[in-house]
Design a binder for this molecule. Structure first.
Ligand code: 5GP
Length: 235
């Protein structure tokens, strides 16, 4: 299927229409941003890693009963997806305290969160993706009651599946961000699952194997992304 009109360019991906109105083509870029776009750079071959890791994770989730937007992986940087309308809410799950949570609430870095913490953020560059709750979501008409319930149930299932999957390749899933979309009246998992959107720590050493290497200038960013791809593709 051919890419037709360019539809939208995000920070990490470009979206194109195709000849089928129900199908979009997604192209993953090497561009990297952090801190709401204040830090900009590129990570060599990041687009390849994120496209392939996302496709693999979406396939595993589908096998376990989670509907995702993935139709098929086309090549190293491109996938075909269902043409969803994105819900303007980022859903975050935290299994271990780090990042903005430790700054916001003073919880010690590395504290295991049991049960895991679910957060919603309003997807807005203008307002810096602020944390919101279910009342904001309903009042702002970002999603209705049933959609919220579905997203919440799916998110905890997704956390269980992703944790189990990453554990098999010696990576601890510390936290992650996902996005949902509306398709034919259903809520399905959209966007990506990658080292850009998940914090993954080496199980034995707690070494960071994700975008925090870029955010915090830790070096060896490309190598960490490549290592995640290698392990995920061994599954
Ligand atoms: P934090 O709120 O601690 O910065 O992020 C929590 C988790 O959500 C991390 O895994 C982080 O990568 C992911 N996350 C939150 N917001 C964004 C975002 O706007 N872009 C990306 N790529 N990941 C995000």
């Amino acid at each position: 299927m051919k890419k037709l009109d360019f539809l939208y360019e995000g920070k990490a991906k470009k979206i194109y229409k195709t000849s089928d109105p129900k199908v979009y083509a997604v192209e993953y870029k090497d561009d990297a941003t952090a801190f709401n776009g204040q830090k900009k750079g590129t990570i060599d071959d990041k687009g390849i890693v994120n496209n392939r890791v996302s496709a693999k994770m979406f396939k595993i989730l589908e096998e376990k009963g989670i509907e995702t937007h993935l139709i098929e992986l086309v090549d190293d940087r491109n996938m075909l997806v269902k043409a969803v309308e994105i819900v303007q809410v980022e859903v975050i799950v935290r299994n271990v305290a780090t990042g903005s949570l430790t700054k916001r609430l003073g919880i010690t870095e590395g504290t295991v969160l049991d049960p895991p913490v679910l957060e919603f953020c309003y997807k807005s560059d203008e307002y810096g993706d602020p944390v919101i709750n279910d009342y904001h979501i309903r009042a702002m008409k970002l999603a209705d009651e049933e959609e919220l319930r579905t997203m919440t149930e799916m998110t905890f299932k997704i956390n269980d599946i992703l944790r189990e999957t990453f554990t098999k390749v010696n990576l601890n899933l510390i936290d992650f961000k996902i996005e949902f979309g509306r398709f034919d009246g259903r809520i399905i998992l959209a966007d990506e699952i990658s080292p850009d959107t998940c914090r993954l720590w080496e199980a034995d050493t707690n070494e960071k194997m994700d975008k925090d290497r870029f955010r915090k200038n830790l070096g060896n960013v490309k190598a960490a992304y490549q290592e995640v791809l290698k392990r995920v593709e061994s599954l």
